[in-house]
Design a protein around this ligand. Structure first.
Ligand code: SF4
Length: 924
């Protein structure tokens, strides 16, 4: 039985906690603070769920008023192993999203031309029949890949994988190439694992190329562990051209020229090699030095000692002085950081996500070079070091999993980008314009490409073209700029209104979280019964798990397509599987230790997850690569196999698990990159970015724009209806260093025209020394807009705008009014005092797909001028003919496949919804 003492403490060991004990969650009483000085008690039922406002998946506890049956607030779930009862501001703000008076409550179908904003309410049955019917026709005609599913932040693990496999559709789209592919490729080329898992809490030195204390990946779970390390004496260094809140909390802030970070990291690597503060035992066992020597230095003796000599020679030019000049930082600081890394040894931890990797051409080398420092110090898989993500992430099996399909969708995995880490989703408008395909049914799910992606006007052009996209279904918890151009707008639940499972590498442990519709769970505890979650949620807001099950049934109602069988109830095949059956099977059969934990409390595994919302599976996970593998067959190349699949590598005569790269070692030299045409890039190195500072006319008006930083309190589209958050964060200035501001003649508040290669936008300047000279910055979390005063995007956050075509391919968005008070069922809407909606700068960014990673390189070379007569704040003007030409220019940087073995993509590289190997063979 889980006792109160086993619930993780707010501060471990301190006893500092006020969480209601779990055995009283079904009947919790507390005084009503608002009733003071009267003493009135409120009675609550506390139901756990998981936050859906960023990728961290922190635990939440919904406080459901037992008298009214309404959710009153959200607090942290102390039983969640990742977040341990804590949340950032966005977690509790879920209550705003639940109660937003402007939220979409019912399914709607457009009743006028697409984009006209005319809608009619329909039933879920009507929507399912229409959408499912069109999909069924496409699949019957062999047009499976005319169906495409575009997800925003996934927030779930595996359900869409099984759904698309069941349909036989290679149509999974991630948002990853506008988010994190850059970092992923850098990590994957070392180990086969595309993300790091930082053991921050136990580190002695932490190096961040991102802003994990305020906004980063796994923000709250990471931030609390970084602070634990700092309290224990660890030093923190942050590399960021902008003085983020994270940088301000660091021992050293390094502010290099954007895109030069790999040069600085390699200078640190050079120092480690020069000082010989290298973990030779680790390196000689776990780095692919034999293959590296054989491939790159065949004339040299193939010994480890020579390999170390080679490293010293390769990086000899990366002196601190050279890097200081290249990066614009002090050589002394580079040496100081290198010394801290050397001193921390195995307890050196780090992280990079977005930032460098997502801003720059070749930005993936930042993760590659950062991991190099871990390889040199042996801080891989160690206490206080850095592990591969998958060691600390738990993926349960899904019930009745269909086999992989054998399809390949060229609209998502084009031959030009064989090494892209995820689908080239953000190039869809350009591919459709080139006639590479068409879509019959296009789902945008919790995703808003018109606003979030680069080149949003090109998205509007294809979304309004019914020849290119036959049916656009927007599945969303909030209004969005993209939903406006949909045929169906289907309301999907926020974190308290849906089922999902998920697990993330927040620390050196594995856990599984369970998101659940809290009103349904509370109602069931009171004896109510529900067929579908929308019966318990506000209006007819639904959840995706049940929606996909019922939609699949509608695609194949009689089972003739072979799809229905994957969604039939195991108890009664004449009806769809229920969520209790689905997740009940998962928790009974595929979560180690959960059945025993549940039995100890007299609960079923499903009952345990409904009670606690999460379960810890394993803790203190280190050095998984050293785990012995039994019963494997050794191949001549040292790789060990089971059933034909690699499972280990022979080290010192023993078969050990190793990593997931082709050699199952850490690959300094990547034969994959070499064989696919990237010889020079096959080792950790430094590539000049597309916004290389030496190529800029800094004496004139050119500068580098950093448009990617997050605000701690907002999250892209989904926070648009969270009034608490917009009350905190609503200004959207252009950060300009006073040196630049003086040179360009800007004062704080002046209107500035920022010109890109495809257009311009107009913002207000903010003079601040928080940005290095030569660089300007604007957050990507603001600039929401709506086309109608009362319909579409929430008025808490959006400007009323006019969007018009002012020439062939030329578009202008102009703000008609900012954020103003409005009347609604929520009296707070009359009290809105903020007015600045910000500027949708992404519209004016042409696409910059990195030729290797596929990542959109977000940083922009911009020209800054005082706004011209007629310019207004918020104006965005774009020529999509120019943006299309930029797309073609970047396309020409690619080295298309097929690869040396005639395949479209290396088979070992991960990809979502991986097809069978035969689908990899390029037919041309
Ligand atoms: S960090 Fe904040 S937004 Fe992200 S899951 Fe946790 S509470 Fe939610």
């Amino acid at each position: 039985m889980t006792t109160e003492s086993e619930i993780p403490r707010l501060i471990p060991g301190s006893g500092l906690t006020n969480y209601p004990p779990p055995d009283r969650w079904d009947d919790w009483e507390e005084w009503d603070a608002k009733a003071w000085p009267k003493r009135e008690k409120n009675r609550y039922r506390l139901v756990p769920t998981t936050c859906f406002n960023c990728e961290s998946a922190c635990g939440l506890l919904a406080y459901i008023d037992k008298d009214s049956g309404e959710i009153r607030r959200f607090e942290g779930n102390p039983a969640h192993p990742g977040s341990r009862g804590r949340n950032c501001a966005k977690g509790p703000a879920t209550i705003n999203q639940v109660n937003d008076p402007e939220r979409i409550l019912y399914p709607m179908r457009r009743s006028g031309p697409r984009g006209s904003g005319q809608w009619e309410r329909v039933t879920w049955e009507e929507a399912l029949a229409d959408i499912g019917g069109r999909m069924g026709d496409a699949i019957r005609e062999g047009r499976n890949d005319d169906i495409m599913y575009r997800g925003g932040r996934a927030g779930e693990d595996g359900f869409m994988d099984r759904t698309l496999k069941a349909w036989g559709v290679d149509g999974h789209n991630s948002h990853t190439n506008i988010c994190s592919s850059g970092a992923r490729v850098g990590y994957a080329m070392w180990s086969g694992y595309d993300r790091p898992s930082s053991d921050f809490a136990n580190a002695r030195f932490i190096l961040l190329l991102s802003s994990h204390l305020e906004t980063g990946h796994y923000f709250n779970p990471h931030a609390q562990r970084i602070m634990e390390a700092k309290r224990a004496g660890a030093k923190l260094v942050t590399v960021d051209p902008r003085l983020s809140n994270t940088a301000s909390m660091s021992d050293i802030w390094l502010s290099p020229w954007p895109g030069t970070e790999p040069a600085m990291l390699l200078a640190m690597a050079r120092l480690l090699l020069e000082w010989d503060t290298v973990d030779h035992e680790f390196m000689s066992r776990w780095v692919n030095w034999e293959a590296s020597m054989h491939a790159r230095y065949p004339e040299r003796p193939p010994t480890y000692e020579t390999f170390v000599d080679v490293l010293r020679e390769e990086y000899a030019g990366y002196t601190p002085e050279w890097a200081a000049d290249e990066c614009g930082v002090d050589a002394d600081q580079i040496e100081t950081v290198a010394r801290e890394i050397a001193n921390a040894g195995e307890r050196f931890s780090s992280h990079t996500w977005r930032s460098v990797g997502s801003g720059n051409l070749g930005g993936w080398q930042a993760a590659r070079c950062l991991q190099f420092l871990h390889v040199l110090t042996g801080s891989v898989g160690t206490v206080g070091g850095l592990s591969p993500s998958a060691w600390d992430k738990f993926k349960p099996k899904h019930w009745n999993m269909p086999p992989p399909h054998s399809r390949w969708n060229e609209l998502l995995w084009p031959i030009e980008y064989p090494l892209s880490h995820h689908e080239m989703s953000f190039l869809l408008p350009h591919f459709l314009k080139e006639g590479r395909g068409r879509l019959e049914v296009y789902f945008t799910r919790v995703y808003n490409p018109v606003w979030t992606n680069p080149d949003g006007f090109s998205w509007i052009e294809v979304l309004t073209d019914e020849e290119k996209i036959g049916l656009h279904v927007a599945m969303t918890p909030t209004w969005s700029e993209t939903a406006w151009y949909a045929d169906y707008v289907l309301p999907m639940g926020v974190s308290a209104e849906r089922h999902d499972t998920h697990s993330y590498e927040t620390h050196a442990a594995r856990w599984l979280g369970f998101r659940q519709p809290v009103l349904r769970v509370a109602g069931e505890r009171e004896g109510k019964t529900y067929e579908r979650t929308y019966e318990a949620n506000p209006g007819e807001v639904w959840e995706e798990t049940e929606f996909w099950i019922d939609l699949s049934w509608s695609v194949d109602p009689d089972g003739s397509l072979g799809i229905r069988k994957w969604f039939e109830s195991p108890e009664d095949p004449s009806r769809p599987v229920s969520v209790d059956e689905y997740y009940g099977w998962m928790f009974d059969n595929s979560v180690p230790g959960l059945p025993d934990k549940a039995a100890a409390e007299g609960l079923t595994p499903l009952g345990y997850m409904r009670k606690y919302g999460a379960v810890e599976i394993e803790r203190d996970i280190y050095r998984v690569n050293e785990r012995p593998v039994e019963g494997a067959e050794r191949g001549p190349d040292g790789i060990a196999y089971k059933d034909g699949a690699p499972v280990g590598v022979t080290i010192d005569g023993h078969v050990l698990e190793g990593f997931k790269s082709p050699s199952r070692k850490l690959e300094w030299y990547s034969s994959t990159m070499d064989e696919w045409g990237w010889h020079d890039e096959a080792i950790p190195g430094y590539l000049e970015t597309h916004v290389y500072w030496r190529d800029m006319d800094m004496g004139g008006n050119e500068r580098i724009l950093l448009p990617t930083f997050r605000l701690p309190t907002l999250i892209h589209t989904r926070s648009g209806n969270a009034k608490y958050l917009y009350e905190i964060s609503h200004g959207h200035p252009l950060w300009v260093n006073p040196i630049d501001a003086d040179a360009l003649g800007f004062e704080t508040g002046d209107l500035v025209r920022i010109s890109t290669d495809s257009g311009h936008f107009v913002m207000r300047a903010w003079r601040t020394e928080g940005i290095r000279p030569g660089v300007v910055a604007a957050s990507h979390h603001l600039g929401r807009w709506r086309l109608d005063d009362e319909r579409g995007n929430e008025r808490w956050s959006s400007a009323l705008v006019n969007v018009e075509q002012i020439g062939d391919g030329k578009w202008r968005l102009r703000q008609l009014k900012g954020i103003e008070p409005f009347s609604s069922d929520d009296p707070d809407s009359e009290r809105i005092w903020w007015s600045d909606p910000g500027v949708n700068q992404n519209l004016a960014f042409p696409v910059h797909p990195d030729p290797i990673s596929g990542m959109h390189a977000w940083h922009q070379r911009v020209r800054l001028t005082t706004a011209e007569a007629g310019d207004r704040y918020g104006d965005v003007v774009v020529d999509t003919n120019k943006s299309f030409q930029v797309y073609r220019d970047w396309l020409s940087k690619t080295k298309p496949g097929p690869g040396p073995d005639g395949t479209r993509r290396p088979l070992w590289l991960d990809r979502p919804v991986k097809p069978t190997p035969d689908a990899y063979v390029y037919p041309g």
